[in-house]
Design a protein around this ligand. Structure first.
Ligand code: GFB
Length: 316
């Protein structure tokens, strides 16, 4: 197994304000490395020359590329240009700058939405580009597929040690708590908590509630990213998840249980379900020696408690 020592390295977490990037920063605090971050005001990742200068001047050794324009099913459908263009530009700028500056290792974060809509479940890495994408997130998926291919191409042509991981749907502290544009876990935590506070008897779910998703706690994702950075080198990207899924209604019921809300769910079938099922085959990562440690109920409780403690600041 390949090994990359983080000790003493200057490690840039691109996208450290996002849910995944912030979790990677927290996890890296347990390593003996120098964590480097840049706020949006200091560095605009959409500006190629600025990214090149910054990576060179900062003498970066390793990069976690977690910066991306992200959102839930509705944000993806409504803002296709931003999801395609901004993600392509960010990853192109950072990956190319890393090569030019001689960065020793780079880990790119993709997404499980890269797989075909009708991919065989659980989805193996080999399913990439074997069929048509899910229309609600194809713009984001195409950008993420390009990012994986950039890492692979730079490895083949220039020998760069650039690798990619494909996280499943994530949730946790610091998620985007936005009922319209966020992902399902954050949106349902908000809706259920609001119903509890208002003594409402019902909460409306988008779609049929029968779509199936796999959810990974963001602290587990961060742990997997650090593990993979240290222990894996190869052209094939790696799925990161739990390998277990549930229906959206089951997710909603778990959140209601954690929140202590006893109402019922209704369904707005005018809203899309998106992919009918999305669960990853995580056997490649398991074979390397990593598996998720948090239980779903623990993770949801932490995410819910974080939201309740921070909701006043989020609204401000
Ligand atoms: O997490 P989510 O927005 O995105 O939605 P995807 C997951 C499922 O939850 C869909 C249902 O079936 C939705 O119809 N759902 C029910 C809700 N109620 C709600 C609600 O109030 N809000 C939201 N957002 N969903 C994403 C991609 O797809 O997967 C992203 O759009 C990313 O780009 C992510 O790749 C991993 O799981 O469908």
């Amino acid at each position: 197994m390949s090994s990359f020592d983080l000790t003493g390295r200057r490690v840039w977490v691109a996208g450290h304000r996002g849910m995944a990037g912030a979790a990677i920063v927290r996890r890296l605090q347990r390593e003996q490395c120098q964590i480097v971050t840049a706020s949006r005001g200091e560095l605009d990742l959409l500006r190629q020359a600025d990214v090149h200068t910054w990576v060179t001047d900062q003498r970066i050794d390793a990069i976690f590329l977690a910066a991306a324009t992200v959102g839930g099913i509705m944000a993806n459908s409504r803002r296709p240009a931003e999801f395609l263009y901004e993600n392509l530009v960010i990853e192109t700028n950072v990956i190319h700058a890393a090569k030019c500056a001689g960065v020793k290792k780079l880990l790119f974060l993709g997404s499980s939405c890269i797989y075909p809509r009708m991919a065989e479940q659980p989805m193996k890495e080999e399913a990439l580009l074997t069929g048509a994408l899910e229309p609600t997130n194809e713009w984001y998926a195409i950008a993420k597929i390009a990012g994986i291919k950039l890492c692979a191409a730079f490895r083949r042509q220039y020998g760069c040690d650039f690798i990619s991981v494909m996280p499943t749907n994530l949730y946790g502290p610091g998620d985007r708590y936005d009922a319209e544009n966020g992902h399902v876990v954050a949106a349902l935590i908000m809706k259920v908590h609001a119903a509890k506070m208002a003594n409402s008897a019902t909460v409306e779910l988008w779609g049929s509630g029968t779509a199936r998703r796999e959810f990974l706690f963001t602290e587990d994702l961060a742990d997997a990213c650090v593990f993979v950075m240290k222990n894996y080198s190869g052209e094939m990207f790696l799925n990161v998840g739990t390998g277990r899924d549930m229906t959206i209604l089951e997710l909603a019921e778990s959140i209601a249980r954690v929140a202590g809300w006893k109402g019922t769910f209704t369904f707005d079938r005018s809203k899309p379900d998106g992919m009918p099922r999305k669960v990853m085959d995580v056997s490649r990562l398991t074979a390397l020696g990593w598996s998720a440690q948090s239980t779903f109920d623990e993770g949801i409780k932490q995410a819910y408690d974080w939201y309740v403690a921070n909701m006043a600041n989020l609204a401000a």
